[in-house]
Write a protein that binds this ligand. Structure first.
Ligand SMILES: Cc1cc2nc3c(=O)[nH]c(=O)nc-3n(C[C@H](O)[C@H](O)[C@H](O)COP(=O)(O)O)c2cc1C
Length: 319
């Protein structure tokens, strides 16, 4: 099959034969992934290949008991990764600048491109693939299981194997709704009806709204995932004003605080009746946390760092 036909006819595969990849194919697929374009030659990604069956089972469970994560021939986790870049700079005596937001953006782009190349290469060789976003149900646990250092977050999972099903292609939105010319065209009610009509077969009940609301409306899975992802991003060092240690300190008390604002909300709801910010004699940030009977002080380069230190002092670490 030529490359374009294979792209036009691809679909996700979720049932696999208990067979490994043919000899040499793993290397070819990984070589294709590593040829993906990358901003500034930086290659801000890693690909984690999970071969330990027990680990595969645990990840399958964390991903919402998706059997194909354990059963497919291969399971990869493309990782957004600025850790290696930091090590490379340090190795030659340079300190990495502080650019957590763009770092996350560019690393996610690089990792997604590498993962997409891996997937397309595998499909070109006749394998089936399926991305596993369910891995982000509990991303901090995934990061702990995979021992991801600071500066690294999982993008998604990716199963690859020999297909044992031949599903019908799933629908897509009409071209006119996703391709804009020159300027972004806002959607008319008729456009939105056309979108629902085209996507109706995506739902067993014949209405795409059931799918959209389950994921994206109030009470849906994305709303539940968001605090956990915020905590992951903070703990892995990708939130500008909220240091990883502070995020961790609140996490052990049961709070997914992924931002300074969420931290304040958690602290005030936790019996701390006041949080005072100020400047010390050397322009450092100072934070006082006040309780009924106690006060704790923290210092740092930024208010977030100072608050983090105060949180660490104020909240005992639970075993
Ligand atoms: C980032 C991402 C995460 C996904 N997560 C899952 C998943 O956890 N489980 C699953 O069975 N399919 C998952 N999928 C596959 C989508 O359901 C699938 O791509 C979509 O329904 C379109 O179907 P098609 O790929 O067969 O065209 C994921 C796809 C992407 C791109």
């Amino acid at each position: 099959m030529d490359q374009l036909t294979h792209l036009l006819e691809r679909r996700s595969i979720r049932r696999f034969k208990p067979e490994p990849l043919r000899e040499g194919d793993l290397e070819r697929i990984l070589a294709a992934a590593r040829r993906a374009p990358t901003d500034a030659s930086a290659q801000l990604y890693s690909i984690l290949r999970v071969t330990d069956p027990q680990l595969r089972r645990e990840l399958a469970h964390l991903a919402g008991d998706q059997a194909h994560v354990a059963e497919a021939a291969e399971f990869f986790v493309p990782l957004a990764d600025v850790h290696r870049l930091e090590r490379l700079l340090a190795h030659r005596g340079q300190a990495m600048a502080h650019w957590p937001r763009t770092g996350l953006h560019f690393a996610l782009v690089d990792a997604t491109l590498a993962g997409a190349h891996l997937a397309v290469a595998a499909e070109a060789l006749g394998y089936g693939i399926c991305w596993i976003g369910g891995l982000l149900n509990r991303p901090a646990e995934v990061a702990r299981l995979l021992e991801l250092p600071r500066g690294v977050v999982p993008v998604s999972g990716l199963v690859v194997g020999v297909p044992d099903e031949d599903p019908a292609p799933r629908p897509r939105l009409p071209e006119a709704l996703v391709v804009h010319e020159n300027r972004y065209r806002t959607y008319t009610p008729a456009d939105l009806d056309a979108a629902y009509a085209a996507m109706a077969p995506a739902s067993r009940r014949g209405d795409w709204l059931f799918v959209l609301e389950r994921y994206f409306a109030r009470g849906g899975t994305m709303e539940q995932r968001d605090p956990a992802y915020g905590f992951l991003a903070a703990r892995q060092g990708f939130v500008a004003d909220w240091p990883p240690e502070a995020a961790e300190a609140l996490f052990v008390r049961g709070h997914d605080a992924g931002s300074l604002g969420e931290a304040l909300e958690a602290l005030l709801g936790h019996g701390w009746r006041g949080v005072l910010f100020g400047r010390g004699p050397f322009e450092e940030s100072v934070v006082w946390l006040e309780h009924e009977t106690a006060a704790e002080r923290g210092e740092g380069k930024t208010p977030g760092e100072a608050l983090g230190r105060a949180v660490e002092a104020a909240l005992p670490t639970e075993e």
